[in-house]
Structures are given as C-alpha cells and as structure tokens.
Ligand binder design. Sequence first.
Ligand SMILES: Nc1ncnc2c1ncn2[C@@H]1O[C@H](COP(=O)(O)OP(=O)(O)OP(=O)(O)O)[C@@H](O)[C@H]1O
Length: 341
Amino acid sequence: MIVAHELVKEFKIPERRPGLAGSLATLFTRRHRVVRAVDGVSFEIPAGSRTAYIGANGAGKSTTIKMLTGITTPTAGYCRVRGIEPYRHRQRNARSIGVVFGQRSQLWWDLSVPDSFRILRRIYDIPDPVYRRNLALYRDLLDIDALGTTPVRQLSLGQRMRAEIAASLLHDPAVVFWDEPTIGLDMVLKEAVRELVNHAHRELGTTVVLTSHDIADIAAICDSALVVDRGRVVHQGSIQDLLRSADRRAVLFDHRDPIAPDTACAIVEQGLPGVRATVVDGGRVHVDYPATEFTSRRVLAFLLERFDLADCYAPEPDLEDVLRQIYGQRRDAALREVDAA
Ligand SMILES: Nc1ncnc2c1ncn2[C@@H]1O[C@H](COP(=O)(O)OP(=O)(O)OP(=O)(O)O)[C@@H](O)[C@H]1O
C-alpha cells in the first residue's frame, strides 16, 4: 500500500532582477519566490493496483514520484511506501521499488548495459534463477542483447529507455514507479513494455504507478487513475469511474426520413436546447450533449419520437476527451481566479 497524507513540496527559487544593476542587486539581496509543486496531496494506492498518475505539464507528478522514491523530502505531510517513509529510509525503500524516470538515467553512464545489470544483481542480491528468468524475458521482449557493450551515455533515447525499464524490474520489485517510461520508444517497443509490466503484475502482483502523457499507455496498463492538477488531487478512482465522469456524452444515429442532413441537426438542436448536432461521415448525425443536463434516456426518447431511426449508438467517452475536459475546466477556473484578482 502506498499512502500520501497532506503531502506538500515547495521549491524556493531565487528571483533575478533584469539588467546589470539588477544582477548585482540580486547578489547582495537574495529574494525568493516559492513554487508549491505539490499542494497537500492525499491518496492511497492499494497493493497490486496499476495506477495512472495523470496531470497536465507542471501538475506536480514527477515531484510526487520523487518523494515516493525517496529522492526528495516533503516540505510538509508525509508519504509511505509499504510502511516505509522513503526519504527517511532510502536504502530500505529502494530494495522493494523499481524506478524509471524518462528524463534522467538510473544507470551508470560510463558502463555498458550488461555491466550495469551485473552491478544491480550484486546490489539487490538477486537470486540466480530470478536474474536468468528476467534476462531471458528482456531478451525476448526488449531485444536487450542488441544494446551490446556500448556505454549507456552513447545509447539513443529509445535504447536507453529499454535498458532503464529492464533495470527497474530486474530485482522483482513489489512496486514500480515509472515516470514517462515510453519516451522515445517506437510502437512495437511500447507494446513490449506494456506487456512486460502487465506480466510482472500478473505473475508477481507488482504494484504499478505510472505517469504518462500517452493515453494509450494508460489505457493498456492501468486500472485506476489519480488525476492531479496544480499540485492537488482532482480525481481518484477506477479508469471506468474517470470515463463516467465525462461531462459531455455523444449519440450517433442514422435515419430514414426524407430530409436534408442539416435539417436533421436543426431538429435535434431546437428540440433539445443546449445539445450540439453535426453531420459526420455518410450523413450520420453526431449528437453531443452535456451529461449534467441530459440523460441518455431523454436524448434517445427524443430521437425515437422525431426520427425513423435506422441505427443508433452511444460511443464510450474517450479518456483523452475526459482529460481534456478536466484540464480545460481547471484552466478556466484558474483564468477566472486571475480575472477576479
Ligand atoms: N527542482 C525544482 N526547482 C524549482 N521548481 C521545480 C523543481 N522541480 C519542479 N519544479 C516546479 O514544480 C512544478 C511541478 O513540476 P513537476 O515536474 O512535478 O510537474 P509534472 O506534473 O511532472 O510535469 P510534466 O508533465 O511536465 O513532467 C512546476 O511548476 C515545476 O516548474
């Protein structure tokens, strides 16, 4: 179980004044601006779950992961990973976690991947059968042998990420924190990485915490979502709950009435004020409605009454659309706050 309680992280950034005189003044009178990267975040991630930690750029995801992995100490509040406060017991915590930071390497820059793995094997005291089993898996899925004896610093981003991912799982950790793990990977490797982490989850019950801007990664790997915005949690629950929270829904229909497609749209928009109707491929009508004002039952009843329906279906809300809505709402709220100030 991973717990965060009122977790806060602030960074003090020196304020620089413009111009030469400003630079000199900055040297003598240091003024600081405080950035609150994580703003009282609380959550519980159950053992064995696969949670997407989602948020727009700058929402505070990496900073939270850094606290959970013990790299950074919170300004206030606390977090625990399997009962351990990571920043107090970094070594103990490290034994049971695997970490990938897309933006920074966990490997030895001057060593080759096989040498790095041999060191990790010693550090984590990985039993022989486990080490062999995992290497065989990475050979199959990540083509790890192809990286040869090249030092890590000379690998391409995609090659390095393959090594980082393998390294994070080498010791069969109970929890993996993957921050943008598929940066630089092509489609085939992305699929392989998804398969690898799902395999670890299936076979070993590994808990997965993933941050990614790749919606396909989230959909393929995760069953739950924690959505953060401007340092705060704005949604926590299953991916299904997140999809259900969509505030706009859609219905598509074909009809047999002898009317122009635009007329069909006008009928819908007049009959259901607040609804948007547009013509899509082949004359099909796409009805987009706010779920806060209309139930799907009401929209369907209206369509059945007004049209001779040939076909009608309600697509599942799309994760990308839902996230765009959440980020959009928060951005609008932020703009309103600025306006009001
Ligand atoms: N070491 C630091 N010093 C100063 N500010 C920082 C530092 N690390 C992060 N921040 C600030 O904290 C906020 C949150 O950053 P963080 O990297 O956690 O966001 P993120 O959600 O991971 O973003 P992204 O999706 O772009 O990776 C940002 O405003 C960022 O500029």
